[in-house]
Design a binder for this molecule. Structure first.
Ligand SMILES: [Zn+2]
Length: 521
């Protein structure tokens, strides 16, 4: 009998005799639990509405402290299965960095993405030039939007997994839940119901290195015979960063496909989805606080800037300009001091290369961070790669020791290495860095409204100060003083300094007296 079975299996019945793998069984059970392959395949359009809340952990007040509440949004959207096009209309009410509301729409197709309206304080050149405002998504944003649509589309994802069993691979359990890997996702299943419970990506975060980014599905409801998770929680290394609740969802309702069109002239110049080194966490989370610069270079607007450059702002003092975020480089007799390590290690590796070319034999020995926020500290590893000391304000030392100890094997810009040899100096009030010729750079802890332990830089020979995020030197000052601007003047007074100018982590440089006049009003 056994012989007969074997003979049968080795011929025409081979396929049906093969035992499905553990992975395929998990996928099949999930498809069945969601309503079956036929029903899932019958979904041609989706129309939905909902609300979402966002928190940003790396814009906290205290280093390593409670995540900052970022915004609360209402959205409504449509998806057309035939063209794989989607549109989401957003009303996004921000709490941070300033209260404001952005109304905008995102249209994505497999080939291009389109943003209608204003969705950021950091608008790119195309958005600024268009009337009404609109722009093609960068390839980085389009790739990110496509990945996140896929993660959110529980039914389509399960169906794709069932139809492509060769791409479904074993994965370690997540907690007590069995999991499989598929196209860059790790999908875990609820053993009780068989439903998918969690979809994970192994991402890179500019502060925390290797991170898990998960959606956790819940509140499963029946929509026309298909089970849909109406609530989703997004977790970054287990901490909630987004909560989404669908308030309405319909399958196969008529949709207006004209709303999914991208104008031909925009489509013609629109970037294709990026295929490698997508800084997903940067793209996703800069949008949480409404400051994302939609560009195929994370550091600058490729449509408006020639790229980063070292601009001499005083003898021996250079500011990195051309990007959304600056550093300050002070040349000492046999080394360099750099203030701020913004954006990514790609920007830092550019700076390391530029300083090696311009100041041969002078390594970066001190890396000063004005504060811990991800956009001004995300390139810290790249600048410390020459073995420098990290200088941070009071209360940030332990945080950055943890940051530097975090695994960083997925860093696209820097090979994995240990930073345990890099000392961290925590500045209680002020700290002086000097060279053999007597040149000094001094940092002062600021009493300020932006971030605990914030540092101000001071370059005595140039009578130049350096601040980030509480004053942007260069653009016109606001009509009225604010607590951030006042904190700059207070720190200067307390330290007994006589600045001529300030340079900034944003903007360029500006005359100090104009600030004093404003704050003195
Ligand atoms: Zn900040």
């Amino acid at each position: 009998m056994k012989q007969v079975l074997l003979a049968l299996c080795s011929s025409v019945l081979l396929v049906s005799c093969a035992t499905p793998s553990r992975e395929q069984s998990l996928v099949s059970r999930a498809v069945d639990a969601m309503g079956g392959a036929e029903r899932l395949a019958g979904i041609k359009t989706i129309a939905f509405k909902g609300t979402a809340k966002y928190w940003e952990p790396e814009q906290s007040d205290v280093p390593g402290g409670e995540a900052r509440f970022a915004n609360e949004s209402n959205f409504s959207g449509i998806i057309d299965g035939a063209t794989r096009a989607s549109r989401i209309d957003w009303v996004r009410n921000f709490a941070y960095p300033a209260p404001r509301t952005f109304n905008f729409s995102e249209v994505t197709t497999p080939e291009a993405g389109y943003v209608i309206g204003v969705d950021s304080n950091g608008r790119n050149a195309q958005n600024l030039k268009s009337s009404p405002p609109a722009h093609a998504m960068s390839g980085l944003r389009l790739a990110t939007a496509q990945r996140e649509l896929r993660r959110g589309g529980s039914g389509a994802l399960m169906l794709a997994m069932q139809r492509n069993p060769e791409r479904v691979q074993p994965a370690s359990d997540i907690g007590s839940q069995p999991a499989v890997s598929f196209d860059g996702f790790i999908v875990a299943f609820d053993p009780a119901t068989g439903l998918p419970s969690r979809v994970r990506s192994l991402d890179y975060d500019n502060i925390w290195g290797d991170v898990n980014y998960d959606v956790v599905y819940s509140d499963w409801r029946d929509v026309g015979g298909v089970k849909v998770p109406m609530s989703r929680k997004y977790e970054l290394n287990g901490k909630t960063v987004t909560e989404v609740a669908f308030t309405d969802l319909q399958f196969n309702a008529p949709i207006d496909t004209s709303r999914l069109q991208i104008p031909a002239e925009v489509r013609a110049g629109a970037p294709k989805p990026a295929v490698r080194n997508v800084p997903y966490q940067w793209v996703i989370r800069r949008q949480f606080i409404g400051v994302y610069m939609d560009s195929d270079n994370a550091s600058y607007d490729t449509q408006a800037s020639q790229g980063l450059r070292l601009q001499e702002v005083a003898p021996g003092v250079h500011q990195v300009q051309g990007g959304t975020h600056n550093s300050l480089v002070v040349e000492m007799s046999d080394h360099l001091i750099v203030m701020d390590a913004p954006v990514t290690d790609a920007q830092s590796m550019w700076l390391v290369g530029a300083t090696r070319a311009q100041f041969p034999g002078k390594p970066i020995r001190w890396v000063v961070l004005t504060h811990h926020h991800m956009d001004h500290a995300g390139g810290v590893r790249g600048l410390l790669a020459e073995g420098g000391t990290l200088v941070v304000g009071q209360g940030a030392g332990a945080h950055f020791r943890r940051v530097l100890e975090a695994p960083m094997t997925r860093n696209p810009d820097l090979p994995a290495r240990s930073f345990h040899m890099n000392p961290i100096l925590e500045v209680p009030e002020s700290h002086v860095m000097s060279d053999s010729a007597g040149r000094q750079v001094i940092v002062y802890v600021m009493d300020n409204p932006h971030a605990k332990g914030m540092l101000m830089g001071w370059v005595p020979h140039a009578r130049l100060g350096y601040v980030t995020d509480i004053w942007t030197p260069g653009p016109p000052l606001p009509a009225k003083p604010n607590p951030g601007l006042a904190s700059v003047v207070n720190t200067v007074k307390r330290a007994g300094l006589q600045p001529e100018r300030f340079a900034g982590g944003h903007g360029s440089t500006a005359d100090y007296q104009s600030l004093v006049k404003l704050v003195g009003q």
